[in-house]
Design a protein around this ligand. Structure first.
Ligand SMILES: NC(=O)C1=CN([C@@H]2O[C@H](COP(=O)(O)OP(=O)(O)OC[C@H]3O[C@@H](n4cnc5c(N)ncnc54)[C@H](OP(=O)(O)O)[C@@H]3O)[C@@H](O)[C@H]2O)C=CC1
Ligand SMILES: N[C@@H](CC=O)C(=O)O
Length: 349
């Protein structure tokens, strides 16, 4: 049994909880993954811990109808009101699901949540970009020293395997350049503006659909894509690149006229991230660019993302799929949990 604690219980956390509940039997049968949610600790939605497990259906219903999880009944050992740190340290969770908001300046409190979990022998799966963009090396080394698992597939392109796919199936290649559309919100906004909708209305729609960050400035100013560019450089190219070294321009100054001018010229305006390894020096940028109609990235619309890996042996490899979305990002946490389980119980050859 894998005991799970949620730190943060917003859209993505609830989506994972729902998946674990709905697929309980098939996850057990197919992957030997049996999970029990023992804790939720959220800033405004309260916290509850029960070492014997919480009823996920009750949890979801409570948070959606009352806005808090603290009203649900717990067993004789249940505790309410614990802080995130108390939950990480004192609960009997094996895996901490860190799904608090991404802070683009400090990466906190998520970096501290991950560090505390590792120091207490607990694994972490997260979709929070802060810890991976700002503290990947330190956290990955700590997790390894402690013999625990650190999963972060959803930090780039949500449920689309932008990190695990190249590491596992493109191994042996040198990846010399990566270019892509890495932010769902801005791609959604630009696509809506192509249809004539205003920037403001399109941003509001992206927020309603759960694509945008808690503070959408991160999306529209390019900071979110910049974090993802840093993660790609550090994780896939093995070169240390700070997010502050990524040249960054967002789409907040883009007008409907500019988007439609590009269309009239047979081009598309897209927020492109580029990461290039030039003999060990990695350079990266995020900025709106006009791309030609025959570019494989030009057909990428809505919250869909796409990424091209330039490989020295395999040539260019294009991967496309959801870049944001609650179910999709919930899935990214599920695949991390399945890998956690596989590492605990390697398949017999
Ligand atoms: N949505 C998406 O498509 C994607 C999201 N991500 C990342 O996943 C993470 C979660 O996203 P999402 O669920 O959409 O965001 P939400 O804003 O819906 O949820 C974040 C939750 O974290 C809670 N929270 C904030 N700080 C703390 C804290 N210190 N301790 C405990 N809880 C805290 C918030 O509390 P409250 O609101 O109650 O104050 C909120 O419930 C983010 O880091 C985001 O960048 C990554 C890929 C895609
Ligand atoms: N806000 C982000 C969510 C995923 O990282 C996006 O729009 O891509």
């Amino acid at each position: 049994m894998v005991n799970i604690a949620f730190i943060g219980f917003g859209g993505v956390g609830q989506a994972l909880a729902e998946i674990l509940m709905e697929r309980e039997k098939s996850l057990s049968r197919s992957y030997g993954l049996n999970t029990r949610v023992v804790a939720v600790a959220d800033m405004m939605k309260g916290s509850i811990y029960d070492p014997d497990g919480l009823d996920v259906k009750n949890l979801l219903q409570a948070v959606r109808t009352d806005g808090t999880v603290e009203g649900i009944p717990g067993g004789p050992q249940a505790k309410k009101g614990w802080s995130s740190t108390d939950t990480i340290i004192h609960s009997n969770a094996d895996v901490i699901v860190e799904v608090t908001f991404t802070d683009v300046n400090t990466g906190e409190p998520a970096i501290t949540h991950c560090r505390t979990a590792f120091e207490h022998g607990k694994s972490v799966v997260t979709t929070n970009k802060g810890p991976v963009a700002l503290a990947y090396k330190e956290l990955a080394e700590l997790a390894e020293d402690q013999g625990v698992f650190f999963g972060f597939e959803g930090t780039v392109m949500s449920g689309t395997p932008a990190l695990r796919m190249p590491v596992e199936t493109l191994a042996g290649n040198e990846i010399t350049e990566i270019k892509g559309i890495l932010n769902g919100t801005t791609n959604f906004i630009l696509t809506e503006m192509e249809k004539g909708f205003s920037y403001e209305d399109s941003l509001e729609k992206a927020q309603q659909l759960g694509y945008a960050e808690a503070d959408p400035t991160s999306d529209v100013e390019g900071y979110d894509a910049r974090y993802k560019a840093a993660i790609l450089a550090n994780y896939l190219m093995g070169e240390s690149l700070s997010h502050t070294e990524v040249e960054c321009e967002g789409i907040s100054g883009v007008t409907v006229d500019q988007v439609q001018d590009a269309l009239r010229e047979g081009k598309k305006l897209r927020l492109l991230a580029r990461v290039k390894n030039e003999e060990g020096t990695v350079r990266a940028s995020v900025k709106p660019e006009r791309i030609d109609a025959d570019d494989p990235l030009s057909g990428v619309t809505g919250a869909t993302n796409a990424i091209v890996y330039e490989c020295d042996l395999a040539g260019p490899i294009l991967l496309t799929g959801a870049g944001a979305g609650l179910k999709e990002t919930g899935f990214s946490l599920l695949i991390d949990l399945i890998h956690y389980q596989r590492e605990r119980q390697p398949a017999k050859l």
